[in-house]
Design a protein around this ligand. Structure first.
Ligand code: URP
Ligand code: ZN
Ligand code: ZN
Length: 490
């Protein structure tokens, strides 16, 4: 008779496509049976009245990363992944940020050391490229893609990170040749810089002016530009953290005419507005992130775009800074909005808040299956982790979360285990909580306590997913073998 390491009994098993009552049998870290009345296990968990979902995958989070402000995020891999696990995640995709003057290889080695030492859950790694020199593009990049880093992030803004269109084109060409995927922070740098200087010149320094300084037009322009480049090069992209109604419209229109692009938004753009920054003193700096929080109208449009799949996944863009002189206030007690580092914590809060919005409140009539798709299955399918991660099927890693749909929680600063020390959602009362988290068959969170050790997480090498491959249709005159059009007439 088949024996198991762990059986989870009597729950409703939820995937991105169905919900059914079943027992789940786990052996050697994998799901090996889904059926009724499973017996013969070393351990059994009775999950009557609960849901079992695939572990969350947060595909956009900044951990122990040297950021645009020059500061390191207020987190270690240990604190960040504790927060992630408590929030129902079993995998993350953080960043290794390469800057001008550093090699890609040494950058990746550094971040891998940190992640290997501290991470409690499994992780893949995006490569931020901010200094795309010839050696990096021609020698280092192919090697790192071969080693399992199939995802590149580029920035169109931030002084320390942005690259020019010519570099973007070079990276797109290499990525297409070498089978990598590209994600983009799309905002127009010139528009932001100009707005900031005009506002500061007139004395508008309060945190609330951060939102004004990143005009929607800047997001729209950069999204349009990156779509144009993506189309020209036949290289699909993921447009990160879409924040505005007008940004969504550009993406929806491009997708409708057949451009193969993907886009995400983040929990904060769906559930908070720029009003958060309008607090006395510099308190509002806690909610400064880029793109900025926008208006209720944008929030509604983002939910519509989640519903119609214009936006195919929801991440946290976790980028925490403590609210003190080591973080948000590193330029002093009374900084202007531009002196406050950008980003807010989210690894712990993304899933519980979205569960409340989607499963409990049924926003836009989205279902619990949509919740799984948007927060686990889609990220796995896009970033090359599927079917090992992101689903409950025989053969998948046994990454499972038992959700109590009835638990009521008031979010507070006291709950925070990440390095920010504050909860941007404090005071919010939500229904539904990820009470037990299982990574590869081992319980890592029980009764809201992490019971796994740092270093428990595995690196997940990725290959370009078939879902995000180029369409294979490229303008004749752009092909290298046609000498970029030089021999078009011959
Ligand atoms: O404000 C944010 N989101 N900071 C993190 C860096 C980024 O833009 O992704
Ligand atoms: Zn970004
Ligand atoms: Zn980010």
């Amino acid at each position: 008779m088949q024996s198991y390491d762990l059986i989870i009994k009597n729950a409703q098993v939820v995937t991105s496509i169905e919900t059914k009552y079943a027992d789940i049998g786990i052996k050697d870290q994998k799901i090996i049976a889904i059926g009724n009345n499973l017996i013969n296990s070393k351990e059994t968990i009775d999950a009557t009245g609960k849901y079992i979902l695939p572990g969350g995958i947060d595909s956009h989070c900044h951990i122990e990363q040297k950021s645009a402000s020059g500061l390191i995020n207020s987190d270690t891999f240990e604190s960040a992944t504790k927060a992630a696990a408590l929030g129902g995640n079993t995998s993350i995709i953080p960043f290794a940020a390469q800057y001008e003057g550093f090699t890609l290889t040494e950058t990746l080695e550094d971040y891998h050391k940190l992640a290997k030492k501290g991470s409690i859950i499994d992780y893949a790694m995006h490569m931020i490229i901010a200094g795309p020199n010839n050696d990096l593009l021609n020698l280092e990049l192919p090697e790192q893609i071969r080693l399992g880093h199939s995802s590149i992030k580029i920035f169109m803004t931030y002084d320390r990170l942005k690259i020019e269109d010519i570099d973007i084109l070079n990276i797109f060409e290499k990525a297409r040749d070498m089978e990598a995927f590209i994600s983009v922070h799309a905002e127009n740098h010139g528009m932001i810089t100009w707005m900031v200087s005009k506002l500061l010149e007139k004395g508008y320094t309060h945190p609330k002016f951060h939102s004004v300084s990143h005009p929607v037009a800047g997001e729209v322009e950069a999204i349009n530009r990156i779509i144009g480049i993506s189309e020209l090069m036949d290289q699909p992209v993921m447009i990160f953290h879409v924040s505005s109604e007008k940004g969504v419209e550009v993406i929806r229109n491009a997708q409708a005419r057949g451009v193969k692009i993907f886009a995400e938004t983040c929990v904060q753009y769906l559930t908070l507005t720029s009003d958060e920054m309008d607090k006395p003193g510099v308190e509002g700096g806690k909610w400064i992130c880029s793109p900025p929080l926008r208006k209720t109208r944008d929030q509604n449009a983002l939910w519509d775009a989640v519903k119609d799949n214009t936006l195919c996944l929801i991440s946290s863009d976790h980028a925490p800074y403590s609210f003190d002189s080591n973080g948000k206030l590193f330029k002093g007690e009374n900084p202007n909005f531009k002196e406050i580092p950008n980003g807010m914590p989210g690894l712990n809060w993304r899933l519980p808040i979205l569960f409340d919005e989607i499963v409990n409140k049924r926003r836009k009539n989205l279902s619990i299956n949509d919740f799984v798709r948007l927060t686990s299955t889609s990220p796995a399918k896009i970033y090359g982790l599927y079917p090992q991660k992101g689903d409950i099927e025989i053969g998948c890693d046994a990454d499972l979360v038992i959700w109590d749909p009835e638990a009521i929680t008031e979010l507070s600063d006291d709950m925070v285990v990440d390095g920010s020390g504050y909860n941007p959602y404090s005071g919010r009362i939500i229904k539904g909580w990820p009470e037990t988290v299982i990574l590869r068959g081992y319980v890592i969170v029980f009764n809201n306590k992490v019971i796994a050790d740092p270093g428990n997480g595995n690196f997940l090498p990725t290959k370009l997913s078939a879902n995000v491959k180029p369409k294979g249709i490229i303008a004749h005159d752009l092909l290298k073998e046609n000498n970029y059009g030089a021999n078009l007439q011959s």
